[in-house]
Design a protein around this ligand. Structure first.
Ligand code: FE
Length: 339
């Protein structure tokens, strides 16, 4: 049987009336981290609410929710990157959630009244460099990536990828559109090779000396730092990490987050689940499992490699505002040929 059809049938069975009285939450998740298993089973353990989880790619899940329309079984959609949440929000998929608990626990810049979603964890987009080729001071700011001094030395994943688009959106907020477009042109002019691969591929390329500098989300770095494979350890010894723009607006951070869907059949369970994600316990899963930072200050991190990355000044730009600028950033990057 076609695996997708099998998944749909399987899901339909899970939703059958046989389970009529059982409390359930239908979760559509585009978070692609195996370590989330414990995060979800702990919710069921605490509340007795069973989670039916459908995993898929971001665009596919958004498409699916739209196609299912009023009949969608989805209660909550969670994904990574503000730009993707912005897209789901632009389609009007999320319902407003008023929760004193969420408002109290999640800092104001990581939610916003216009966006009906919440951030539950953060990751930073940092500059990584080959320690034999460059010094940290050579690449202390995002501006440096566009300077002629780095001609032929920069590796990048696609400029059309949400992680880069969101960085572009932050830069537009701080610098305006003209300077950001100039920057994107400078970045393109510095490519050591055409954009390809994910963040981990850029880290590998920098370590291998294929290029001297790249951008990466922090959880990919910590994942490699925690690796028990000797080759990963050797690789990471060659790579330096810079917190960009520390004397200015701070390092760009992005988020993982989600919200309740307008058509949610289990609204109480949905709000409970969102509030659970902001609990100290759930927040610790984000940090200890997937090497992201909790958004809630009181959460306790037991992740030495994440802690070892150190403290930094993070950009406090509002995530809703950031998300709404991503469409503009996409156009700017397109014009600059950063694809
Ligand atoms: Fe990722």
């Amino acid at each position: 049987m076609n695996p997708r059809l099998a998944a749909v049938l399987c899901f339909a069975l899970m939703l059958s009336p046989a389970h009529g009285q059982e409390k359930v939450l239908n979760l559509y998740s585009a978070r692609h981290y195996q370590t989330d298993e414990a995060l979800y089973s702990n919710f069921t353990h605490q509340t007795g609410i069973r989670i039916n989880r459908i995993e898929g790619k971001e665009e596919e899940l958004v498409e699916r929710i739209r196609n299912e329309g009023a009949n969608s079984p989805a209660d909550v959609f969670i994904t990574v990157d503000a730009s993707r949440l912005a897209q789901a929000d632009a389609f009007g998929l999320f319902a407003p959630v008023r929760s004193a608990l969420l408002e109290e626990r999640i800092p104001a810049h990581l939610r916003d009244p216009e966006s009906n979603w919440f951030a539950f964890s953060t990751r930073a987009r940092v500059i990584i460099y080959n320690k034999l080729k460059l010094k940290a001071a050579d690449v202390g700011n995002y501006e440096d990536l566009a300077k002629p001094a780095l001609k032929g030395k920069l590796c990048s994943r696609s400029g059309a990828h949400p992680y880069n688009i969101s960085l572009g959106a932050a830069l537009i907020q701080h610098w305006g559109e003209v300077k950001t477009e100039e920057w994107a042109r400078g970045v393109v002019a510095n490519f050591a090779r055409a954009p390809k691969g994910g963040d981990t591929d850029q880290i590998k390329a920098v370590a291998a000396g294929e290029c001297d500098v790249a951008l990466s989300n922090t959880y990919y770095l910590v994942r490699l730092l925690r690796s028990t494979k000797p080759e990963d350890r050797t690789m990471m010894e060659k790579v330096g990490v810079v917190w960009p723009n520390q004397s200015g607006f701070g390092t760009h951070i992005n988020i993982s987050g989600g919200g309740m869907l307008k058509t949610a059949p289990n609204k109480d369970a949905a709000v409970k689940f969102l509030e659970y994600l902001a609990s100290d316990e759930a927040q610790a899963y984000f940090a200890n499992g997937n090497n992201e930072w909790p958004v809630v200050k009181s959460a306790v991190i037991a992740n030495p490699e994440l802690k070892a990355l150190g403290n930094f000044k993070a950009d406090t730009l509002n995530v809703g505002e950031l998300a709404r600028t991503t469409a503009q950033a996409q156009k700017v990057f397109d014009r600059a040929g950063y694809r």
